[in-house]
Design a protein around this ligand. Structure first.
Ligand code: MLT
Ligand code: MN
Length: 312
């Protein structure tokens, strides 16, 4: 099984188009240790030929251009792709907007929860992917589901999926009610287990998660690798950076640091490799020479960058 991180940044990417914060500025001027990153997505293959994307980011065209394994093979038909399916972990813009770039009457399958399928259904722009050519399938919350191409042929990638605490997509929040609670743990946001039996030997992909509870900790025990929500280092980071008013929690993301953070929350869970992904442009770990980056490494975590590969 090959897992390739094709986009390691959170929504907006790094640097973000309109961001003038010190980290985006450092990335733009090519400061050593501050690498640019595209938006949240991974590619998985069981056989090295057929690929399944987990999330379709707005940067998908660039991500395919940077990954030869996701491009049409030299001996393939005039219109073709090795991408057989796209699995969605929520309906956020950074996870679904790339679907629009996969138009051109090219067969592949979309897998998502009932909530996310309903969101796609409600936006007629997604009809550029004709459901007769690009079937939309319910991602059952089961331990094992074989991901198949549009023709029903198994890709060899088998996933388990489960709801995690998060929230509905930003554009689904009702306007004008800042105090409203948009949190959800019923399938608006999910985590996926790729391969393995039970947790053992599996790779978990959880790019959005607002809380770590006992059930999640039990599920992750003995995982080979965890790719986990690394949006913010501290909960109030966007406020102290003066780029926004929202906390990580309000956006549906647990912080890395602090007593309620993910580093502490998962410290005593046995996991082979733990890697932060979906990293926001305010997160100081983006600077490899920062104290925060060193702290994360000292706690046994890696910080994902684009192109990183995991074989298991
Ligand atoms: C998130 O992860 O919180 C979203 O991607 C935010 C957004 O939609 O910009
Ligand atoms: Mn996101």
């Amino acid at each position: 099984m090959r897992v390739k991180i094709i986009g390691s940044a959170a929504g907006g990417g790094f640097p973000q188009w309109n961001c003038n914060y010190r980290l985006s500025r450092a990335a733009r001027r090519g400061m050593p240790g501050v690498r640019s990153r595209t938006q949240s997505s991974i590619a998985v293959s069981a056989d090295g030929t057929d690929w399944v994307l987990f999330n379709a980011s707005p940067d998908i065209r660039q991500q395919i251009a940077q990954a030869p394994e996701l491009q049409p093979a030299a001996d393939a038909p005039l219109r073709s792709t090795p991408i057989r399916a796209v699995v969605l972990t929520n309906a956020d813009v950074d996870h679904v907007a790339g679907l629009l770039s996969l138009r051109e009457r090219q067969p592949f399958a979309i897998y998502a929860t009932a909530q996310v399928l309903a969101t796609l259904e409600a936006s007629s722009i997604f009809n550029v992917l004709d459901p007769a050519i690009v079937p939309r399938r319910l991602l059952a919350q089961t331990e094992e589901m074989a991901i198949c191409g549009a023709d029903g042929h198994p890709t060899g990638v088998v996933v388990g999926s489960f709801p995690v605490p998060g929230k509905v997509a930003l554009y689904l929040e009702q306007r004008g009610d800042p105090a409203a609670d948009f949190s959800s743990d019923t399938g608006d946001t999910i985590g996926v287990r790729i391969g393995g039996t039970g947790g053992r030997g599996a790779v978990f992909y959880i790019p959005g998660c607002s809380r770590i509870g006992a059930a999640l900790r039990a599920r992750l025990a003995d995982a080979a690798c965890l790719l986990f929500d690394g949006t913010v280092y501290t909960d109030d980071e966007m406020i102290t950076a003066r780029v926004g008013q929202k906390t990580g929690a309000r956006m549906g993301h647990i912080a890395m640091s602090g007593e309620a953070g993910s580093i502490v929350g998962l410290a005593d869970v046995k996991i082979g490799r733990r890697i932060f992904i979906h990293i926001n442009n305010t997160n100081p770990v983006l600077d490899e020479n920062s104290a925060e980056h060193a702290a994360v490494k000292a706690a046994g975590w890696e910080v994902a960058s684009d192109g990183m590969e995991i074989e298991f």
